[in-house]
Ligand binder design. Sequence first.
Ligand SMILES: *[C@@H]1O[C@H](CO)[C@@H](O)[C@H](O)[C@H]1NC(C)=O
Ligand SMILES: *[C@@H]1O[C@H](CO)[C@@H](O)[C@H](O)[C@H]1NC(C)=O
Ligand SMILES: *[C@@H]1O[C@H](CO)[C@@H](O)[C@H](O)[C@H]1NC(C)=O
Ligand SMILES: *[C@@H]1O[C@H](CO)[C@@H](O)[C@H](O)[C@H]1NC(C)=O
Ligand SMILES: *[C@@H]1O[C@H](CO)[C@@H](O)[C@H](O)[C@H]1NC(C)=O
Ligand SMILES: *[C@@H]1O[C@H](CO)[C@@H](O)[C@H](O)[C@H]1NC(C)=O
Ligand SMILES: *[C@@H]1O[C@H](CO)[C@@H](O)[C@H](O)[C@H]1NC(C)=O
Ligand SMILES: *[C@@H]1O[C@H](CO)[C@@H](O)[C@H](O)[C@H]1NC(C)=O
Length: 568
Amino acid sequence: MAHAALLLLISSTVFVGPAVSFYGASMTFTPGNRYPDGTVEMHFYYRESGKLPCDPQASWVCDSGDCGVLTDAEPGITDQDRSGQILWCQSERHMTTNVSGEEPFTLRGSGCCWANNVNDVHEWMLRSLVDTGRRSDTGTTNRSPVSATIPNIRVPQNCFQSLHLLVYDPDGDDVRCKCQSCHRHPNILLDEDSCTLSSNGTLDLGLHVFEFTLEDYPASNITLMNGDGISFRNPYNQTASANPAPLSQVPLQFGVEIQTPVHSCEPGVIRPSFLTPTPLHGDVQHAAVGCVHTITIRAQSLGHSTFDFQVSGPWNMSKTLRNASQGITEATLTWTPQESDLHHHVPVCFAAETIQSQSEMRCIVIAVAKLRVLSGEAEVFCEDNSISIAVSKASLKGIDQNWLQLRDPTCSLTSNDTHILGTMSLNTCGTRMEDSGDFLVFKNEINSFEDPNKVITRRSQVKIGFSCQYPKVASVSNHYTNKKSDYIFTESSFGTFSYSFDIFTNNNFSSWVDPSLYPLEINLMDMLYMGIAAHSALPEVRIFVESCRATPDDNPYSALFYDIIKEG
Ligand SMILES: *[C@@H]1O[C@H](CO)[C@@H](O)[C@H](O)[C@H]1NC(C)=O
Ligand SMILES: *[C@@H]1O[C@H](CO)[C@@H](O)[C@H](O)[C@H]1NC(C)=O
Ligand SMILES: *[C@@H]1O[C@H](CO)[C@@H](O)[C@H](O)[C@H]1NC(C)=O
Ligand SMILES: *[C@@H]1O[C@H](CO)[C@@H](O)[C@H](O)[C@H]1NC(C)=O
Ligand SMILES: *[C@@H]1O[C@H](CO)[C@@H](O)[C@H](O)[C@H]1NC(C)=O
Ligand SMILES: *[C@@H]1O[C@H](CO)[C@@H](O)[C@H](O)[C@H]1NC(C)=O
Ligand SMILES: *[C@@H]1O[C@H](CO)[C@@H](O)[C@H](O)[C@H]1NC(C)=O
Ligand SMILES: *[C@@H]1O[C@H](CO)[C@@H](O)[C@H](O)[C@H]1NC(C)=O
């Protein structure tokens, strides 16, 4: 008896040890082999965020339907804070099951407890709805929406404006984000279609927890067929239903830690900003089994330096850090997809960390293909106002130009004997502008399309993404020689937007001095007018002159200078 009492005492002290805290989780799934008897192998990828200990705590059970027998691989840590401050940790777990595929089924994972949070939420519950029926449009089982977050999102109170979550669907379905817990945050608005949280008021300091369910809806009317390929699922008939059911549901849960305000929210000052070539949020990259895939991330901050980057996996992705130059830190992520990763769409989220703050979170998707995707040869020409692309026909064997289109199919491609050619202005033909932090990036793509009347498609797929990057900050230099009253200016264009820098003789900038007349002779105390203009047809582009200084020679960083414009 005495022994039993002692044992009880010891075991109870173990349970009051360090509290295990949950910081969120996400799940995606994708079908694997389909066996002749109609059985489908389903793969589940589960990521869970915490601090310490880092092991996933969810226990997954079958909630409804026939889930088969879940086979679990040993969980692995995808990323963890190595600074000793225990700021974040994330683990990933793969589960596989063989299901007969006659009925949809639901998996449920649950546990306790969320990390201390402003809403006092303790228990958490995750649910994934899976239907292994064959889609009439793709001929295979539906794939879930793909999303993830970094393990620990933190934002200074005065800087929280919006949070763009990753929403990607490998089947091209529309994804909607439902949020069961968002009503607890009175100052948060959710756009279900773009999966964006935005603030309309100040959030309290502390951890705010968000429990999302991602649902996918087909963009066209489809049906789901049973394994036999003849009979149809009831009730899933998108054509019939006015209020369609989602094809699948997967959880996305995360916390946002609202921290004490900082004096500047401008990216790059206290919060690190990303620099080129960091991938843009929502980018889809392609990788091949057995080939190393590399992602380079660069971040800059004027204050504390970036000591690490949070990265949300996948398993076996390695990260090396490098101080690129003053205030700029670079991370190189490398990952070699295995045979078991084939056809998976793997989400990767990342953010740069400083002691005081964190950058925005960006997420991308890596699509894994069998072989290295054949790459053609193309050249892109970036002009002031237009982009041209020339794709070598010899490098795309058997591809017919008539089955290629730009993002906006009404813009046509042309060709000469050797190349397929496309030219578009920066804001036509479906060209999209994105802000990478230090560059404006204009992206378009050439895609193959199918004859919609053909039942079987055999054409090779072509996807040629291309972009032009224009620096947001350019330096228009002026030259000045130290000859009392001689002012010599040259017109310059830097990067690929062009700028002009001219001298005018009147204050309404109507009378311009021809640069061939330089150097100008101007008397001391005479007024001189200088005009800088950016030449771009884009309505979104505005010029902002950050600084302008006069120096006695053509070195803008000369020790002797006079500030004409400083800090804008
Ligand atoms: C599913 O069934 C196939 C064929 O019987 C088998 O090779 C595979 O290991 C099974 N997978 C699971 C997770 O049970
Ligand atoms: C927040 O949004 C709601 C609904 O759109 C609106 O009624 C409310 O006034 C907004 N609050 C603030 C502080 O802007
Ligand atoms: C699907 O069918 C319904 C009912 O016929 C129709 O109202 C709806 O517009 C269709 N949707 C699409 C995307 O074609
Ligand atoms: C789906 O519903 C539409 C409209 O009710 C019907 O015409 C069609 O036959 C149904 N499809 C299947 C596969 O049951
Ligand atoms: C991770 O790498 C190890 C060693 O290369 C390998 O054995 C293991 O299968 C990999 N795990 C995954 C999930 O790729
Ligand atoms: C980068 O520089 C910082 C500050 O000088 C230093 O603490 C850090 O260890 C360096 N990181 C690497 C990867 O060299
Ligand atoms: C086709 O156009 C490309 C791009 O302008 C050019 O480089 C190539 O020489 C042209 N080929 C012929 C045969 O004119
Ligand atoms: C500009 O100013 C000059 C005198 O400074 C004047 O003669 C001219 O009419 C003005 N032009 C315009 C367009 O206002």
